[in-house]
Design a protein around this ligand. Structure first.
Ligand code: ZN
Length: 448
């Protein structure tokens, strides 16, 4: 049995203090809603300001596009001239602590590749909210596939067309104008805002963000690092993790013979074909799913096939094929390799061939950014307010430049609302995406 507690008797004093508390709470509520309202007013003022920059932003896109910042290793002149245009913008729009980090590159006309870091001062320097974009672009590819000059950007039906306008200028311009809007409205954000404009992203980042992290690391564990260089069409994908990549080359050596006397040779193509089907068993071994990723499983796909014999009536003595594996980070690449080797040995014995395996690329996944990381939460809040959508932390199969941050133990998230036209002919940027993404950045800059 248990006794029901009777409620304590209220004294007159208790009643009075209750009333005071009630009044105080009401008063606080009014103040909080006033603060909220003034926060909303500030935010709306910033958004209006961003909208007023629409034509300027388009003009900057077109100007940046006219300096083809193709990496010297891809036959271009690098980012030198484009960096000058950007520095001019940065100097005129309230940034302090502007730094150019030069990574030596004797193939670039300047002898180096520029990386720009610029800070916009907030009320506190306890953390910095970084947006990192890259200045370099990939070559245009076949010109006849373009409807215009890829380096003379043109505007058509709400889109800007040109090489680099989406990858990565859309969000470079968006982030710069988010800061310009703060500056024009005379708003001091709660924390410092950092803009990083880097070189060499398209050819490995060795003279870009990798160099910046190694040589002059301005990043701190508590910083929010946003890399708007991956995303999807509705702006809901927040990339936080990636799979390990393993590319393998299989070379099968048999014995060449005439097509009419196969018994005098060993058909390498047949042996390799059996190996391809044998390797499909990897799907039955590494079955675990992780729903953070899309697709949620590890994938093991035979891809490229080199030609063997040029004629039909020869038994091929040598066969080469490749495989592209994207493996969930929970699995070790060594364990995958062990399984592949034993499958290969089985085929070698069965068909009396020799098979060599070469790793063309072996990139273990960087440690993922937590789906609950501050940078993810901040993005989700802003995406909800601006695009009325729920941002979903996602793992992908390909490598992004954010992995360099993650390897150095920083929590970075990739996000942008993009049409995914990067590297294609007639690459374009939807102007509304550029405007919306600028508001998302401004929203994050103004968050508590
Ligand atoms: Zn990019």
């Amino acid at each position: 049995m248990f006794k029901v507690k009777s409620p304590p008797h209220r004294t007159e004093k208790g009643l009075k203090s209750g009333l005071n508390k009630f009044l105080l709470l009401g008063y606080c509520g009014v103040i909080i809603s006033l603060i909220k309202e003034s926060g909303m007013n500030i935010m709306n003022g910033i958004f209006d300001r961003i909208d007023s920059f629409r034509n300027e932003m388009i003009d900057l896109q077109i100007k940046l596009c006219s300096y083809p910042a193709i990496s010297p290793s891809s036959g271009g002149e690098g980012e030198g001239k484009k960096a000058e245009v950007l520095l001019e913008f940065i100097k005129g729009n309230g940034f302090i602590d502007i730094e150019v980090i030069r990574a030596q590159d004797l193939d670039a006309p300047e002898g180096y590749r520029p990386n720009i870091l610029a800070l916009y001062k907030g009320k506190s320097s306890a953390k910095t909210i970084w947006v990192m974009t890259h200045m370099d672009v990939v070559p245009p590819g076949e010109l006849k596939l373009w409807n215009g000059n890829p380096f003379k950007a043109w505007v058509q039906e709400g889109k800007i067309y040109g090489r680099g306008v989406e990858d990565n200028q859309q969000d470079m311009v968006a982030s710069l104008y988010a800061v310009k809007a703060l500056h024009s409205e005379g708003i001091e954000p709660n924390y410092d805002v950092g803009i990083a404009l880097v070189a060499d992203e398209e050819t490995g980042s060795e003279k870009g963000i990798d160099y910046v992290i190694q040589k002059s690391n301005p990043f701190r564990k508590q910083d929010l690092i946003i890399v708007p260089d991956a995303g999807n069409k509705d702006g809901t994908m927040i990339e936080v993790a990636e799979k390990s990549i393993l590319w393998l080359k299989f070379k099968t050596q048999g014995v060449q013979a005439h097509g009419s006397t196969p018994e005098k040779g060993i058909n390498s193509f047949r042996a390799a074909s059996f190996l391809v089907t044998e390797l499909n068993n990897l799907y039955k071994i590494f079955t675990d799913k992780d729903h953070l990723f899309d697709p949620p499983v590890s994938t093991f796909e035979p891809t490229k096939k080199e030609p063997n014999v040029p004629n039909i009536n020869t038994i091929p003595g040598e066969d080469i094929f490749y495989m592209d594996c994207r493996i969930l980070p929970k699995f070790r690449l060594e364990d995958v390799m062990k399984n592949i080797e034993s499958m290969t040995e089985k085929i070698e014995k069965e068909f009396k061939v020799e098979i060599s395996i070469e790793a063309v690329q072996e990139a273990p996944a960087a440690p993922p950014t937590s789906p609950d990381a501050k940078v993810v939460k901040a993005l989700q809040k802003a995406i909800r307010d601006i695009y009325k959508k729920d941002g979903k932390p996602t793992g992908i199969g390909g490598g992004t430049v954010a992995a360099l941050f993650r390897r150095a133990d920083y929590e970075a998230a990739c996000w942008a609302k993009v049409e995914e036209t990067a590297h294609q002919p007639n690459e374009y940027c939807v102007i509304d995406n550029m405007m919306g993404d600028a508001k998302v950045f401004a929203h994050i800059f103004l968050q508590e």
